[in-house]
Design a protein around this ligand. Structure first.
Ligand SMILES: [Zn+2]
Length: 500
């Protein structure tokens, strides 16, 4: 459906208000979300932005058309943690010359990237339109840093860790607007000793020198006709400025990520992009999802409450069992995306029992998940009230209320809306429902079939009172019997069907 008249309202961190979403180009609605740093399994906190912005991606596709939304989620594959992991896991191969450092890094990032993708798919997330990698955009980063030097927004200085190109925060009059920090406040918290080479404590690294045990690229920068070449690597922020420009343009519609990225990451992305391009905005709407805790505490390895998505999906670590992706996804979506979440066993159990109730209801209301019905079932979408709740800054409590309303209804239409909505939200799909229907049939034989044999024996003995009693009891349970003669043996047999 491409109506083009969206009523989507989104909370914008930049203006601290809910705004009517008006895309720059409704034929190509553009969203960027900061993705993972690929050195280890994604933890459950990393899954929150992936799920939240996947729901928004689905809503935008529903509103503007599947082919009219571009969703970019980057992969950070340059990071000191990746480097450390490569040295830890491939140190021997590197010293023996079997692998170069860059090859070892590629091993680490490739494996982690693949795992991340399969975890996010298991959580019901669609693949983003583009998943650019930082290492594939180094040239663009060097170019943008040169533009910042040319415009007087950056400078080269040598500190304790070598020569760096730094962003001059005082060169941007409204630096700090997103996080509402002013430069004086930032000075107070700065670590002065290591950073004496900076003009201002808040200045941040665009490019930094690498040692021999660190990955590096040749970066040549020209200032006042003089070229400085630094064998180095980019700072973290510059990659998002460059990748978003390359795939979405200088100004795009929505930029998302976790609350913890507002400062410094997003603040610095804005500074780089706006100063390099001379634009008023990098993205029009900035959205941030809230924090995630586990069992009431900040997740940390030392507290023993650190869980990866993979552990939750495939191991018996949390509550002594593995959890289906659809349960994890619903558990995540039960809370509004801007609120903090407490990820607890009680929450997962609640989500699971709710989901089982809904799935049973979908079958009870008469939906069928046979192959013949696949196309029909896959055409079912959300009800308009549910879509309207999502349009209101992804109001999940309204969405859940709407799901309960359909589950409480008693028509086929309610069943279709319930399944269509859960399908739209990425929680259920045809295959998961088909598997559930089969499991239900196997788990719940509707009645004790030995009573059929008992009745046939009674009939053979001309004990019609007993035979009639059994037939009536089964009828009261919704089972209707039909007697027939076996065409081969001529024996009396009984068929049954469920009448509800
Ligand atoms: Zn970013």
């Amino acid at each position: 459906m491409t109506s083009g008249t969206s009523e989507i309202r989104l909370y914008n961190t930049l203006t601290k208000s809910k705004e009517l979403f008006v895309p720059i180009d409704q034929n190509n609605v553009r969203m960027y979300v900061c993705g993972p740093t690929v050195y280890d399994y994604a933890h459950i906190g990393n899954a929150r932005p992936a799920i939240v912005f996947d729901v928004l991606f689905r809503l935008l596709r529903h509103t503007y058309g599947d082919d009219h939304v571009t969703y970019v989620r980057n992969i950070t594959d340059v990071d000191d943690k990746i480097n450390a992991r490569a040295l830890r896991d491939f140190g021997d191969q590197i010293s023996s010359g079997e692998l170069t450092l860059n090859q070892a890094i590629r091993e680490v990032t490739k494996k982690t990237e693949d795992q991340y993708r399969s975890d996010m798919r298991a959580l019901g997330c669609l693949d983003p339109t583009v998943e650019p990698r930082a290492t594939a955009h180094i040239e663009g980063m060097v170019d943008m840093i040169q533009q910042l030097l040319d415009k007087g927004n950056a400078y080269i200085a040598t500190g304790e860790e070598g020569t760096e190109v730094l962003f001059d925060t005082t060169s941007m009059p409204d630096y700090g607007r997103l996080s509402r920090r002013n430069l004086d406040e930032q000075k107070a918290g700065a670590r002065v000793a290591v950073e004496a080479h900076k003009k201002n404590p808040a200045d941040f690294v665009l490019w930094k020198e690498s040692s021999e045990s660190q990955p590096g690229w040749q970066g040549s920068f020209k200032v006042d006709g003089q070229v400085t070449t630094i064998h180095g690597r980019p700072g973290w922020h510059i990659e998002c400025s460059v990748m978003s420009e390359q795939h979405l343009g200088k100004t795009f519609d929505i930029h998302g990520g976790g609350l913890d990225l507002i400062f410094p990451h997003h603040e610095n992305e804005i500074a780089q992009s706006r100063c390099a391009h001379g634009t008023e905005a990098m993205a029009n709407i900035w959205m941030h999802n809230g924090f995630l805790q586990v069992e009431g505490e900040k997740m940390s390895k030392s507290l023993g409450n650190f869980y990866t998505v993979h552990e939750l999906l495939a191991e018996e670590k949390f509550g002594g069992r593995a959890w289906p992706g659809e349960v994890l996804r619903l558990a995540m979506l039960m809370t509004h995306y801007r609120e903090p979440i407490d990820f607890s066993l009680a929450r997962l159990e609640e989500a699971e029992s709710m989901l089982i109730r809904w799935k049973k209801r979908i079958l009870d209301l008469g939906l069928e998940f046979s192959d013949a019905k696949r196309a029909e079932m896959e055409a079912l979408g959300p009800c308009s009230k549910l879509a309207a709740e999502l349009e209101n800054d992804l109001n999940m409590s309204g969405v859940v209320a709407e799901l309960h309303r359909h589950a409480g209804g008693d028509t086929l239409h309610n069943g279709e809306r319930l399944f269509g909505s859960l399908r739209f939200l990425g929680i259920l799909n045809f295959s998961s429902m088909a598997a559930f229907a089969v499991a239900q049939e196997e788990a719940e034989a509707p009645f004790d079939e030995s009573r059929l044999a008992e009745r046939l024996t009674a009939l053979a003995n001309r004990d019609f009172a007993t035979a009639d009693r059994i037939r009536d009891e089964l009828a009261a349970e919704g089972i209707q019997l039909m007697d027939y003669k076996d065409p081969d043996s001529g024996e009396r047999k009984t068929k049954w069907e469920v009448k509800r």
